[in-house]
Design a protein. Structure first.
Lengths: 250, 476
């Protein structure tokens, strides 16, 4: 099984620790993970801003970069949504399918659905709340997979976030073009986050987290923000012996 | 992202970002809107969850509407023949101006100076009330919320609940100053409804002409369907001698059987009810029963141009349920007036730019985070995020885009077109990170991007990018 990671350009640029965490975690599970250096950006940013022609070129080259792999594991729900849900519209369904959009998979889907992980040996003794990104909810329909993985850790206290189906207000260029509404949405989302009393805010999407952590820092609240892959990686760092009931790459 | 945030991408200073500002600062309006949309949203959620075959119904609804649009030319001719066959008169209008003139001349032919109206978005789109008024004809809105908006000289802010932006004490004050002058009213909804009934009853009994919109026009039988909740529509459609109904060309469904699908989809999606309270269906005229004359005005008003766009076409599938408004996080904060159109909310954000193409409507495709909540609830499965993105592209190709933004995306594309170029760019950013981070921490960003940083800190540029870490740690 040849597996590549697709951390996304935003992780590559600003949040390298999220990508590194996913790699370390997967390697700890006995997998050999590759990062094809030709990958840059899936083109979602261009598509969403209305640069369809440029997005098409980026989409085509993005698929080509992953030709040799069986699975392409993403850690950004909106980027995996872009490939799986938007490429068929952008490139046409046939070209997208032949290009391999079906092998793009989110980390939690890969761990639970492909590898069949049902337990993880690790400890994370903190109160954590999970922000559901719009694309995890309505794009790739991730359901509660990341929360299920987090729930396998001992010591973790997962507290549900009220109004979890509402958008954090980021929306890429929306947060710039309509910054006033975006800020109100973000502040209402954060009010719910603070209400939970969580010490850690996590999500499966670094762009939502960039928005929310920006707001948390500006409000000077003592809350740690990290990708859920980082939590899984930190929690399993000290684990001796078998990390999971899954024994390694098939 | 950082490079995008770093500069002003606002483009022109008109449109949604600016029209929405006063609404966002109005905490009373936001409270009114939040409680109203939350209530409808929850009600809809409950009644939709009852239907095991909801997704099949949505697919069926989409399929019927799409098929009609794909064959609209023949359906229109068929509808005309069917309506005339049952004694109705069909009038064709190329645009709103023609439609207004047809209605005014029909009213004048009967020597009338007053008409009663059933709530109709299409006539709002035409500006019919204003046109009639200039022609010496007073149009009385009979839907309670439309009446409120009319009395307040205001504009509707929601497709289904036009006065959603007002609360009951504001409405009490309005009634005491207008239709209930000299009467003390409480803000009890039943008292307010009674006040409007007393006023409207006289209008129903005296009017000789009624004007309505059309929810569905059945091509096969020439049957027209209007759905409403208050019974005011039933009064208008049965009491006056002359009935004039106005529809956009897209409102057709093939058969009466198809109507069954929409009478399931529409009430659950719009008001969160299992069944619509007043559903009126009529086919032409019948001696001694209802209006003696029936006129159907079929209006294009740029819909055929929308139809010509393969991606934009699905917009015309809309059955005006307003479910998308009630789930939209942007609408909830901005209110309907910010959209500066009779069609607010997500559906307005795709319909208005295509129908009207005004300067302010060009900003509407960006009035969305693309969160997808609208698409998820749409009973006829209009992929609103897809059309929004398509329209962003269209506005771009029409040249309504700042040159600085186009320049940035050109540079960005060049950088992203190869792994080594991206690598070089990331190394450069890392090398300059002390400068950039200080600049970011300063929060002194130019233009609109500055607003981003009022409420948020920008992330710091890390010492090494992911790919640099990968190469260093994996020895590649």
């Amino acid at each position: 099984m040849k597996v590549a990671i697709f951390p996304s350009c935003i992780v590559d640029t600003v949040f390298p620790e999220a990508g590194a965490a996913a790699i370390r975690l997967l390697e700890r599970l006995g997998l050999d993970i590759d990062f094809p250096l030709e990958q840059t950006c899936c083109g979602q940013m261009h598509l969403n801003t209305g640069y369809e022609t440029r997005a098409k070129k980026l989409a085509a080259r993005h698929l080509t970069n992953f030709t040799p792999y069986d699975w392409v594991v993403g850690i950004s729900t909106s980027c995996t949504t872009a490939v799986r849900e938007f490429y068929p519209q952008l490139l046409g369904p046939t070209r997208a399918a032949v290009g391999g959009t079906g092998k793009f998979i989110e980390l939690s889907e890969f761990l639970l659905d492909v590898l069949g992980v049902t337990e993880l040996q690790g400890t994370f003794a903190k109160k954590v709340t999970f922000h559901t990104s719009c694309h995890s909810l309505r794009g790739i329909h991730l359901g509660d997979r990341p929360q299920r993985l987090l729930g396998m850790l001992s010591g973790i206290q997962l507290v549900p976030l009220p109004k979890s189906d509402s958008c954090c207000g980021f929306g890429g260029t929306f947060s710039i073009k309509n910054s006033a509404i975006s800020t109100v949405m973000m502040e209402e989302k954060l009010a719910n986050v603070y209400w939970t009393g969580a010490e850690v805010l996590t999500a499966a999407d670094s762009s939502c987290l960039m928005n929310l952590s920006g707001g948390i820092q500006a409000a000077k609240k003592p809350l740690t923000v990290m990708h859920y892959a980082e939590i899984l990686e930190i929690a399993t760092r000290q684990t001796q012996g078998k990390l999971s009931n899954f024994s390694g790459a098939k | 992202m950082v490079w995008m945030v770093l500069s002003d991408m606002a483009g022109s200073r008109v449109g949604f970002p600016y029209t929405s500002l006063p609404r966002i600062e109005d905490s009373q309006l936001r409270a009114n809107l939040r409680s109203a949309t939350t209530a409808i949203r929850e009600k809809r959620g409950r009644v939709v969850a009852e239907k095991d075959d909801w997704e099949e119904l949505r697919l069926k609804g989409e399929q019927i509407r799409a098929e009609v649009l794909n064959n609209l030319d023949s359906y229109l001719v068929k509808l005309e023949a069917s309506v005339e066959n049952v004694g109705g008169v069909v009038h064709w209008a190329g645009d709103a101006g023609e439609a207004n003139e047809i209605v005014l001349s029909l009213v004048r032919q009967h020597g009338e100076s007053e008409v009663v109206k059933v709530k109709s978005l299409t006539t709002d789109e035409m500006g019919l009330n204003e046109y009639l008024s200039q022609g010496g004809v007073m149009a009385y809105e009979t839907d309670l919320a439309e009446l409120i908006v009319q009395l307040a000289h205001d504009k509707p802010s929601h497709i289904l609940v036009p006065a959603i932006h007002m609360n009951r004490s504001e409405i009490r004050d309005l009634f005491q100053g207008t239709i209930s002058k000299g009467t003390a009213l409480s803000d009890d909804p039943t008292v307010l409804a009674e006040a409007s009934r007393l006023y409207l009853r006289q209008k129903f009994l005296s009017a000789k002409i009624a004007i309505s919109g059309v929810n569905f026009a059945v091509a096969e039988t020439g049957t027209i369907c209007v759905v409403e909740s208050e019974g005011n529509g039933r009064m208008c459609l049965t009491l006056p001698k002359v009935l004039i109904s106005v529809m956009g060309i897209e409102k057709i469904i093939p058969t009466l059987d198809d109507l069954a699908v929409f009478l399931e989809l529409l009430p659950r999606s719009s008001t969160g009810e299992r069944m619509n309270p007043y559903t009126s269906l009529w086919s032409g005229v019948h001696k001694g029963d209802g209006p003696e004359e029936f006129h159907l005005v079929i209006m294009d008003n740029r819909r055929s141009a929308v139809l010509a766009d393969p991606v934009g076409r699905q917009t015309l599938q809309c059955i005006r349920c307003s479910a998308c408004l009630n789930v939209c996080p942007v609408y909830e904060r901005s209110g309907g007036h910010a959209y500066d159109s009779v069609y607010p909310g997500p559906i307005g954000a795709i319909l208005s730019p295509q129908l009207f193409g005004t300067e302010s409507s060009k900003s509407l495709p960006w009035a969305s985070t693309l969160c997808g909540a609208c698409y998820e609830v749409c009973p006829v499965r209009i992929n609103i995020p897809q059309v929004l993105v398509h329209l962003r592209e269209k506005v771009l190709t029409e040249g309504h885009r700042s040159s600085s933004e186009r320049f940035q995306f050109a540079i960005l594309s060049a950088v992203l077109s190869s792994g080594s170029r991206f690598d070089l760019a990331l190394r450069t950013i890392s090398r300059l990170r002390f400068l950039i981070n200080r600049f970011l921490a300063f929060g002194s960003l130019p233009g609109v991007a500055g607003k981003w940083t009022v409420a948020r800190e920008l992330p710091e540029i890390p010492k090494e990018s992911f790919r640099v870490w990968w190469r260093r740690s994996r020895g590649q």
